[in-house]
Design a protein around this ligand. Structure first.
Ligand code: ZN
Ligand code: ZN
Length: 344
């Protein structure tokens, strides 16, 4: 099969023929890929940012946002059958550890992470397991929803946590009106009554957020912290959901928090510096977000099937993956990049 494999950090991956994955365990599931999302994390992987954390052995196949159809199953798999349309939870979890038993699939102590720590889905086939596959309404097309497996899931997971704090009358700041922000705003509309303030450097991106239901658009031009303060009556917002996490956004977020407010970090790359006295004297909170649980993904797919969450995509054939990576890296990819293998 054709696959997008990373051979060396700081070099573009290579599109090449590799052997198809095979069923080896009773709970294995092989998915025929219908769409694999391209993500900023793939750029960070190529840059080598994940080398130590993932411990992956090069070369390996990229792609951690996957959807498709069940192609083969191990002898003990009973929740899906060959031909089912599925979206793939990003972790292959064990189901037996404490985190798995609590429903926190992303903290499984025995997990692998296809596309990060083992072979991913930028290929014709992906190997995962029975616990990772969410069976979908067959009317959903894998290429339309693949990016919800990670980008969407992470946004939903953060918004769901924030929703507990966002009662009527509250305000929430969303930093970044790109692919993640787009999903985040739709999830906020679906889950909370909070008024939504969106920040972005692009006025074109901000203009789009009106149709997604955002209440205030603030251009990140240097005066944005003051503007958010003004909109929130000088108090700041109960929650800031930071889809950028670098280039100063992470510091701005802290300035926009109300007393006891919460900063949800999703985008990454920067370093947060906050005097501890500021944290104790205002009781502000910092909350990390790593993908989400299986149930989060299942809930997000319900919102998608109901038409409450939609995704703008830019589809590329799998063999044009390098063009897509280049477009993402140079800021020329509109919507979420999706790679589709030939014949899918
Ligand atoms: Zn991703
Ligand atoms: Zn586990």
């Amino acid at each position: 099969m054709q696959a997008v494999r990373l051979h060396q950090y700081e070099q573009m991956p290579v599109i090449e023929e590799v052997a198809e994955p095979k069923i080896t365990g009773a709970f294995d599931v092989i998915v025929r890929i219908g769409g694999a999302g391209l993500c900023r994390t793939d750029l960070h992987i190529i840059e080598g940012q994940w080398a130590e954390k993932s411990g992956v052995t090069l070369p390996y196949i990229l792609g951690h946002e996957n959807a498709g159809w069940v192609h083969a199953v191990g002898s003990a798999v009973s929740n899906v059958a060959v031909g089912d349309t599925v979206i793939v939870h990003p972790l292959v979890s064990c189901g037996l550890c404490r985190a798995c038993r609590a429903g926190n699939d992303m903290h499984c102590v025995n997990a692998s992470f296809p596309g990060i720590s083992v072979d991913g889905g930028m290929a014709h086939f992906l190997k995962t397991n029975a616990r990772a596959v969410v069976k979908l309404n067959p009317t959903l097309q894998p290429k339309d929803i693949a990016a919800l497996a990670d980008a969407g899931l992470t946004a939903y997971h953060a918004v769901k946590k924030a929703s507990a704090l966002l009662y009527p009358g509250t305000k929430v700041v969303v930093i970044g009106a790109g692919g993640l922000g787009h999903i985040g705003i739709q999830c906020l509309k679906a889950l909370t009554p909070a008024e939504i303030i969106v920040l972005d450097r692009s006025s074109a991106a901000l203009a789009l957020t009106k149709s997604w239901g955002a209440d205030y658009q603030v251009l990140a031009d240097g005066s944005h912290v003051a503007k958010v303060k003004e909109i929130t009556g000088g108090q700041g917002a109960e929650a800031v959901i930071d889809f950028v996490g670098e280039q100063g956004a992470e510091q701005d977020a802290v300035q926009m928090l109300r007393r006891a407010g919460s900063h949800f970090i999703i985008g990454y790359g920067g370093t947060l510096r906050v005097p501890t006295i500021d944290i104790i004297s205002t009781e502000i909170n910092f909350i990390g977000n790593l993908v989400g649980s299986y149930n989060d993904l299942d809930e997000l797919m319900t919102l998608t099937a109901q038409g409450k969450v939609t995704l703008h995509t830019a589809v590329y054939p799998l063999d044009a993956a390098l063009d897509a990576i280049h477009a993402l890296d140079t800021g020329n990819l509109r919507g979420r990049g999706i790679l589709v293998p030939s014949g899918a």
